[in-house]
Write a protein that binds this ligand. Sequence first.
Ligand SMILES: Nc1ncnc2c1ncn2[C@@H]1O[C@H](COP(=O)(O)OP(=O)(O)O)[C@@H](O)[C@H]1O
Ligand SMILES: O=C(CO)[C@H](O)[C@H](O)COP(=O)(O)O
Length: 441
Amino acid sequence: MSEDLFLGIDLGTSGCRVVAINESGAAVGRSHASLPPPQRQGEIIEQDPKQWWQAVQQALRSLFASVPASAVRALAVDGTSGTVLLVDAKGNPLTPALLYNDSRSRTEAQLIAEQAPPNSGAFGATSSLAKLLHLQARPEVRQAAYLLHQADWIAFRLGAKLGLSDENNCLKTGYDPRRREWPAWLEQVRTRSELLPSVVPPGTIIGTVHPAHVKALGLSPKAALVAGTTDSIAAFLATGAGKPGDAVTSLGSTLALKIASEHPLFSAKYGVYSHRLGNLWLAGGASNSGGAVLRQYFTQAQLDEMTPQLRPEQPTGLSYYPLPAQGERFPIPDFQYPPRLTPRPPDDLIFFQAILEGIARIEAQGYRQLQALGAPFPQQVRTTGGGAHNPAWTQIREQMLKVPVTIASETEAAYGSALLAQRALTCSSGATAPCPDLDNL
Ligand SMILES: Nc1ncnc2c1ncn2[C@@H]1O[C@H](COP(=O)(O)OP(=O)(O)O)[C@@H](O)[C@H]1O
Ligand SMILES: O=C(CO)[C@H](O)[C@H](O)COP(=O)(O)O
């Protein structure tokens, strides 16, 4: 008989990754399916959610070519934080998905800024709440039943009840994780409250896979669906971080910082918010800076070729603030904040290094800002994302942070979601209660 398996499904902007782990947490299978690039028109950034579902199916089929689908006991999905869509009462998309960095909802963000309490996670034109206020005003969405986040919609397609979400994905939609409710002030910004999903803690068992997938993919009818989380929280979990003071920097398309804390921290002024996870809070923020800037100038092959030639011990002296476009979220929330990427030296290697230095400076500024707001300064920083495997960048970041920077053995968000699925079954003993703390989550 095969050993029990637990799946994590990570949906991003560029693709879907799936990781299967066994009961002891060892990864026994991995797969990936790419997504077509989002449609961009200035501040409008959209994707067709049906393409997500195709990518999920493709990644699952490819995984099940090497691991037995029938051995899967539980699945959890994480998705890009801040990517949302409206669906009808049957779960059919009524709108394209507005991606995490779609910033068209400025007027709505202004209204939120006037009404939201300082401890809200819904500030800014890219917040899911600003997007909901924009979407609900569209005439074609009169039959809308729910606002769903990327992970919620995929969980629904896998078999979860329609209109369910988790506390982490809902933070930027205005959910109050301290009181564990949708707050009353949402009415003051004219939120159509009937569109808000029901919310459960990440790691809660929310159903079993749909019979259609049992048949098509060979999954067990008992395979449990477990409420997921956002992509960067799943990556946090993947690293093994989980004690107060543990810090994880995600160097993906964007730069996201998280430090585990016993108390929540919020500051609209600095773009700082806290996610609830088990008995802890993940305090942090997400900058618009990150690897996406590098990809505007270089191909992946060029990055790979130049990386071993970097000279971290010789700082460039350039003082960049790398952004893919105007607008920053953390540590300086300002939708007009300009990118600073000049002067551009003739040598591409120096230009590349100066961008890495600029992103590292934002990271150090971010952790200092979190410290100023009451978080501990990290003793060490774990790293996830595509930029984690650049040793010269690690050295640059150590020079600026003045603490050791490490790469966890597991850094993939999909692995973190697989842990969520595994721990949900292990600690729930069949009940739908969430796990009591992070170690046990
Ligand atoms: N050698 C490298 N040095 C720095 N950054 C890199 C390197 N290789 C890839 N990256 C960055 O990693 C990012 C992709 O990481 P990934 O974690 O897959 O991103 P996401 O899932 O957020 O889209 C790209 O934006 C790219 O610029
Ligand atoms: O840039 C982003 C795309 O996902 C997110 O904003 C970032 O990952 C952090 O989001 P969260 O803290 O809600 O997980």
